[in-house]
Write a protein that binds this ligand. Sequence first.
Ligand code: ADP
Ligand code: MG
Length: 323
Amino acid sequence: MKSEFEFIETIRRRYSLSKIGDDCAVMPKDSKTDLVMTTDLLVEDIDFWLDWTTPEFLGHKTLAVSLSDVAAMGAKPVWAMLSIGVPQKIWKTDFVEKFYDGYYRLTKKFFVEIVGGDISKTPDKIVIDSIVAGEVKRGKAVLRSTARRGDLIYVTGSLGGAAAGLTLLENGVRYDDGAKIWQRNLLLKQLNPLPQIHAAQDLNEKNVATAMIDLSDGLSSDLAHLCRASKVGAKIFADKLPLHKNLRAIGKSFDEKLDYALNGGEDFELLFTVNPKKKSQFENELKNRNFSHIGEMTANAEIIELILDEKSLVLEPKGFRHF
Ligand code: ADP
Ligand code: MG
């Protein structure tokens, strides 16, 4: 069976759709500005589960996933549209109002204006479509396809927290029902992620990133997308990965924690590449930001190596996919 990525690649080629394939499409706006645009579809019982979240968290996350794609271009989000299809039983409650409260709160945080949407009815499950558009200086959008061999690989923040939060939810832990502080931290990573808008804009202002992608499917898969787009390979050092601090409390082996960090999705951190000549300037100028150097791009096209205990293993993309 075809994967979703193969399908996207097929339609891209068949219809010559040149703007498909990055975190956002980039279109010319005026002589100084490009427009970026992204859409995300969230389906109940596939992408979220009502008894694991709250309407406010779900509203927040709906916008956060799209803001994260705008961040991945080094762009500033400006406008948002939200469409939602709900069954009658949900419409009769205050779910939609609370959902909008969570969504609206995050628009305010990043000065995004809601400019439209649509409402429909579904037979059974909730379906949500989130669209965000933003702006970036003309020609300055940071693409997936422009990493070069020898570039250093960095990530923002920490890894694995969202996937560990998902495991807690699967094991019956609920945010509002007696969760311990460390559990709440992990649940917040999963349910209420913060898109890295400010870090992305800093990176773009300093002209640092040669390529960038956000970590939505999982490091192994998202780095593979970046490698494929840039026609290069990568090498990742296991001991340099910034594991989320509360992974320790979940009490799993190092291998399992590594699995959360490499293959768990939805951390919504940024992965970006930097010309090694700019390393010290960049680390110095942005030392107040939380970035970790985790590896480097190689000439070994589309092969990702994981260096673990001085051994080199091939890292297969094992992140989330629908099909
Ligand atoms: P992300 O995880 O960053 O949201 P996706 O994996 O959803 O990215 O999509 C990758 C690229 O494929 C994007 O450029 C997106 O616009 C495009 N894409 C995804 N689904 C479709 C589709 N059904 N039709 C056209 N383009 C699509
Ligand atoms: Mg993305």
